[in-house]
Design a protein around this ligand. Sequence first.
Ligand SMILES: [Zn+2]
Length: 200
Amino acid sequence: MKMKPMWTDLKKLHPLMKFDIVYASPNNFFGSQVYASPDAFLLSHVAEDLLQAHLEFLSLGYGILIYDAYRPWSVTQLFWNQSSEDVRPYLANPKTGSSHNRGCAVDCTLYKIEDQQAVTMPSAFDEMNEKSHLNYLGGSEAERQVRDLFQSVMKRNQFQGIQNEWWHFNHTSHSQHLVMNFTFEEIRQVLQTQRRPDSK
Ligand SMILES: [Zn+2]
């Protein structure tokens, strides 16, 4: 077996990073709570690049608002098994798993530092239609501009966007990591051992 992955708790990454962990409440496309706790974890090297992107956004008057990060494989399987055919193009097939299952993907948006409000994008988060696509030409010019700024800064920091979801980013290393099914509780235990001074 390979070396154990190093994890980072995004909630401890930067005081101005915001969180709205959608699968820890019923307010998501699935319509029910699937996470026991509103946690956001990523592999540490991915979290480091996310921090760099966040710092760049701060210099532009924005901060990152996280909706989802690492997702256990069993949740990907649950979404797939219980969703209709029209929704499936927006979901990862559990046969291959999602880069979220690899601790290498993040769903997020930007908020404005000035008023602390999430920016308006051409679609809502998790809206499963063409308004969410990166090449959608509708919406206002301001909405398209902030979407494109979001994509370009994330790309400079090793996060690749995907064509049909403006909020989803794969870290460029995602294919080098394994699909995982650890619970948040198990990751929290790993984080505690990482913090022990004698484990350095
Ligand atoms: Zn995603």
